[in-house]
Design a protein. Structure first.
Length: 313
């Protein structure tokens, strides 16, 4: 971890009187402040603070370390500033955590453009379907698709992930038609276990909304009736591409990101179902450690991702 930043966090905790106040002052998540404090204690080899539910005070070792931290930050402030132009150019390694699907289908073209535009920059993918610890794994940017983002995280909304319910013709050939979301309870549904539940959510636009859409009206209308359907099946996975391959093999019905399924829908390898109903969409977020002193590489990458997701609409 950045020991200079850890020193700054420690000083701010002492000045503000609590880790929560320090997190607010530094625009960091509470977990990040705790991490930096642990780093300072590990670095100094001693406990630095007495902590209780109501108060916080320095240990004898903490008083000594606080003095060193003040001196360290004063020295850091004396370092001459480099020109803004040179700092603003993305350079160095950017570590990105994302799922296999995002790495292949979404991020690859953006990263290609990024590296072509900034030859002094480099990118490393940390491919995982699990939520990662940004600090422990030294991740600069994690891409997450969810509607339940932890409010303690620092994140920027990058775009929207639309979904489609689909199945292979071979699966549908010998089974009952799927005309209503509730019909899914009679089918083998392949699920993405990372989301943690087996409830698929749909909206059905009312007649007025459909008419407005047909007329290209700017009128904003309610999404219409909502349906929450509990589904189950004999296969689930924590990677959406694994679920997609099982769907292509005719194993069952899946709810897939439209980006992932579009090629197979266009070719007829998959058939869209329940087209009168809209599956609940998910937000796409870039999660990072701190808003302050954001490196140009991270800022530029997120700007490029926002533009790319907007182009997919």
């Amino acid at each position: 971890m950045d020991r200079l930043e850890a020193a700054k966090v420690f000083v701010t905790i002492v000045e503000r009187g609590s880790m929560i106040s320090a997190a607010n002052a530094l625009d960091m998540s509470r977990s990040m402040v705790t991490r930096y404090l642990s780093e300072m204690e590990e670095w100094s080899g001693a406990r630095l603070l007495h902590r209780s539910t109501r108060s916080l005070s320095l240990t004898p070792a903490g008083e000594q370390v606080l003095d060193y931290c003040h001196r360290l930050l004063e020295l850091a402030n004396e370092v001459p500033a480099v020109s803004h132009a040179s700092v603003a150019i993305p350079r160095g390694l950017l570590r990105i955590s994302c799922s296999q699907f995002l790495a292949h289908q979404i991020l690859a073209p953006v990263v290609h453009q990024y590296l072509a535009s900034y030859p002094q920059a480099s990118v490393n993918f940390h491919v995982s379907s699990q939520t990662v610890d940004l600090v422990a794994e030294r991740i600069d940017l994690a891409i997450r698709i969810t509607n339940e983002l932890d409010p303690n995280l620092i994140a920027r909304r990058l775009g929207e992930c639309e979904s489609v319910v689909c199945a292979a013709p071979s699966y549908l050939a010998a089974r009952a038609a799927v005309l209503h979301p509730e019909d899914l309870t009679q089918h083998n549904c392949l699920t993405y276990s990372y989301f943690g539940d087996v409830m698929w959510r749909f909206y059905q636009a009312d007649v007025a909304a459909k008419q407005a859409q047909a007329l290209n009206s700017d009128l904003t209308l309610n999404q219409g009736q909502a349906f929450n359907v509990p589904v189950n099946g004999n296969f689930s996975a924590n990677d959406s591409m694994v679920v997609l391959n099982a769907t292509l093999a005719g194993e069952g019905i899946a709810m897939q990101p439209l980006w992932a399924a579009k090629t197979y829908l266009d070719s007829g390898q998959l058939v869209p179902l329940l087209t009168e109903f809209k599956p609940q969409s998910l937000g796409v977020y870039g999660v990072y450690q701190s808003r302050k002193h954001m490196q140009p590489a991270l800022r530029v990458m997120m700007d490029m991702l926002v533009a790319y997701f907007a182009s997919l609409k």
